[in-house]
Ligand binder design. Structure first.
Ligand code: BTN
Length: 246
């Protein structure tokens, strides 16, 4: 990963840059990184603030040769890689909020957006673009007050001004390792150790509905297992869940 590395000052979204490369013969591991994004995308149609000099905005093209059932786990494995990379350079504790957000001290420092292309047969995963955005330097002057209630940066939480190039290298090295831990599901060990919803009452959006229940843990497909007040167990395979603050 990262042996073909394209570096930009400004792009709309590094995920767009990499997705355009999917059709060409770019090797698996081709990576794009930018100082800033004008249209950084988050999950569920959200925007990802990507100001100059503040974050690591990186996307990686992968051509996994495993079955479609493993596709949802790419993001979860990437979250483990990103959490370890951040911890290695700043010393602070990083938690994962299912599926793929990284948190420090209860606020988000990193989001991951994986966009996949299916093969003609629809049963194999041809290509996936893993987009990772990490708030590295203080966001105090660049995020609005509303966003600052839920988002933070490595520097704001630890006082450490991590070097973005070093963080990128740490991240790509670990991503390579963690992508190799998907098929035997061994990444789940580290994922479960960091997952922060487990054991708590959470609310989650499931389609049109909002459910509230106790997060019991992460199953072998990286789904969030939730027990509803009725006792019914649901295994959520996508969406977003948050701690209920009572
Ligand atoms: C989220 O928090 O919902 C996911 C955020 C993903 C942001 C990264 S930054 C690099 C890549 N390019 C994008 O436009 N999005 C991802």
């Amino acid at each position: 990963i990262g042996r073909t590395l394209k570096v930009f000052d400004e792009v709309d979204s590094t995920n767009n840059v990499v997705r355009e490369l999917e059709t060409e013969k770019s090797p698996s591991g081709t990576t794009a990184v930018a100082d800033r994004q004008t249209a950084g995308r988050g999950r569920i149609g959200r925007k990802f603030e990507s100001p100059s000099g503040k974050g690591l905005y990186v996307s990686v093209l992968v051509r996994p040769n495993f079955g479609l059932e493993f596709a949802p786990m790419i993001t979860a494995a990437a979250a483990c890689a990103a959490a370890e990379a951040v911890e290695a350079l700043c010393g602070g504790k990083v938690m994962i909020k299912w599926v793929n957000d990284l948190y420090m001290n209860g606020k988000k420092i990193c989001g991951i957006l994986t966009e996949a292309s299916l093969g003609l047969e629809m049963r194999v995963l041809d290509c996936a673009t893993i987009g990772i955005g990490i708030n590295v330097r203080s966001i105090a002057d660049s995020f609005d007050e509303e966003l600052k209630k839920t988002a933070t940066s490595i520097e704001d939480e630890t006082g450490v001004a991590v070097n973005r190039n070093k963080l990128c290298a740490e991240l790509l090295n670990r991503l390579e390792i963690y992508l190799g831990k998907i098929e035997d599901r061994s990444f789940l060990l580290q994922y479960r150790e960091r997952e922060m919803l487990t054991g708590n009452i959470i609310s989650a959006h499931v389609g049109e509905d909002t459910i509230v229940g106790e997060a019991l843990g992460i199953d072998d497909n990286a789904n969030l297992v939730v027990q509803l007040p009725s006792g019914e167990i649901r295994n959520l395979n996508s969406g977003e869940a948050n701690l209920c603050r009572i």
